[in-house]
Design a protein around this ligand. Structure first.
Ligand code: SF4
Ligand code: SF4
Length: 94
């Protein structure tokens, strides 16, 4: 269970929100394009995991990265940063 960083938060002008809000904000519905990893091309460098602003990329087992679409907002940073172009942005079917 992830602790809710908004609990007991009194929002004032200039309030600083505690870290970890990315774990309670599911941003998946924001997406128009979703990243898809081509595991044949992926060299398991971990760059996508490091650059994702929403911690949506996870190493699910050794040298295998997957994207948690509940948290991915489709910003495309991972696809831009992948050194071997293993991530393709695919239009969401809605
Ligand atoms: S598209 Fe953006 S939010 Fe989604 S996995 Fe890539 S870097 Fe993370
Ligand atoms: S950045 Fe590209 S090559 Fe590196 S782990 Fe992610 S998908 Fe694989």
């Amino acid at each position: 269970m992830v602790e809710d960083p908004y609990e007991n938060l009194k929002v004032t002008i200039g309030a600083v929100v505690m870290p970890r809000t990315t774990l309670v904000n599911k941003t998946g519905s924001w997406r128009e394009f979703k990243p898809v990893i081509d595991h044949d091309k992926c060299i398991a460098c971990g760059t996508c995991e490091k650059f994702c602003p929403d911690m949506a990329v996870k190493e699910v087992e050794e040298e295998r990265f997957e994207i948690d679409l509940d948290y991915c907002k489709g910003c495309e940073i991972c696809a831009e940063e992948c050194p071997v172009d293993a991530i393709e942005m695919v239009k969401e079917a809605k």
